[in-house]
Each structure stands twice: as C-alpha cells, then as structure tokens.
Write a protein that binds this ligand. Sequence first.
Ligand code: PEP
Length: 245
Amino acid sequence: MTRPALIAGNWKMNGGLDDLSWADDLVEAFGADGPGVDAALCPPATLIAPFAERLPSWIALGAQDCSQHGEGAHTGDLAAGMLAALGCRYVIVGHSERRSNHGEGDDLVRAKAEAAIAAGLVPIVCIGETLAERETGQAEDVVIAQLARSVPADASAKSLVIAYEPVWAIGTGKTATPEDAQAMHAQIRRAFPGEGRDELRILYGGSVKPENAADLFAMDDIDGALVGGASLEAEDFAGVLRAVR
Ligand code: PEP
C-alpha cells in the first residue's frame, strides 16, 4: 500500500463488559507489538473506558459519533473533548446509520468533524451512495457532493480519514467489486478539497471480511477498511488485519 493502512472496527450498538476479552484475543494473535498495521476499535460509548484499560497500545480507540458542540445543554450527546479525555484517537462521523436513523446531513457532519479536529481527534468522515442512487447512475455525483459538504473547509489529509461506504453494502453481505471501489476512491482523492490529497487515507466499508479484504486492499487508492460485522469476532478482525500487505 502507498499510504499506511488503517483498519478500524465499528461495533455499532453491540457488545458488553463480557466482550472485553476481544482485546486479549488480538494480543494472542499478534503479540504486544501488533501486526505493523494501524488498527482502531470504535466500541459503543459504554465500552470506551473499559477498553482503554485493556487494549494493547497498537490498537487505537475510537468513538462512533460526537456532538458538534463543545459542552452544554445537549442531553445524551458526547463532546469530542470528552472522548479525547477517555483516550480516543478517532471518531466516526456521518455514518450512514446516523444519516438515515437520525437525519444527519452534510452540514451537521462537517460541524462534527470540525469539533473532532478541534478536540485533537481524527474524524473518520463517512460518505456513500444508496442502491437507488447507484442504479440510476448518480453514485459519483452524490458521493463527491457529500465529500465537498462534509469535509471542513480547512481540513488537511493529515487531520482526517475518509470512509467510502456504499449504503447498499453495509451489513448486507454485498461488497462493491474492488474495481468499482477503486474507481470511487480515485474520484474521492481527486476531489478532496483539502491539502495533501496524496496522503489522504480513504477506507472502504461495506461487508469487508477476511475473505474479500486482500482483493480490496490490492487497489491503489484503498487504504484500509471500516469494518462492522466482521470486527465483532477477534478472529475475523485479525483476518482483515492479516490481509494488509
Ligand atoms: C460499518 O458499520 O461501517 C460497516 C461497513 O458495516 P459492515 O462491515 O457490517 O458492512
């Protein structure tokens, strides 16, 4: 890979205190030094503090969302600074499940990304088209428009990560072909509005698993993965890490 790969697990609303042994299983698989690949785990917020005590240093912690506000009367929300104080390095913003379940649009996603960067976190900004948009030939326009509106104006490639996640591939078992994903990643890199597009890490997300990861990672502009279902089992997550060459 041209850029250092990042493999980030997204547990979504899954997992409890009984599942902290995931960290021990990853240490058993790769030792205390790890596989030499950047890895991150974004557990539900309730598990961030316990995982901070348990994860090896080579697995960074991330959160699945943050508020666009720094503090105040926002019941139920978590400020990016609070997540940073717990030991998070990354935060996912604009995941399609937040966009569809909570009506989050690009302006809000951009404000969250700005709040994350201001708090010293690296936002993983998610963009991706629906099946209807792909079938009607609008995929590229939709994704590039999301990119333009979701990325903070003064962002640089070093300050954030983009995740291209076609909505129709998330949690469905369907994956974009490596060629289709590569084509979109190349467009995203070309259209990145910030500084340093050659260093921008663009992750692919959508039913990535050990069996399909190596073919995706062989593509020039795919710099790793955001992994949902397959991150829940340590063995599967380890398989995706091993697929990085
Ligand atoms: C995700 O949650 O971002 C995701 C890509 O999920 P899955 O790997 O299960 O499709």
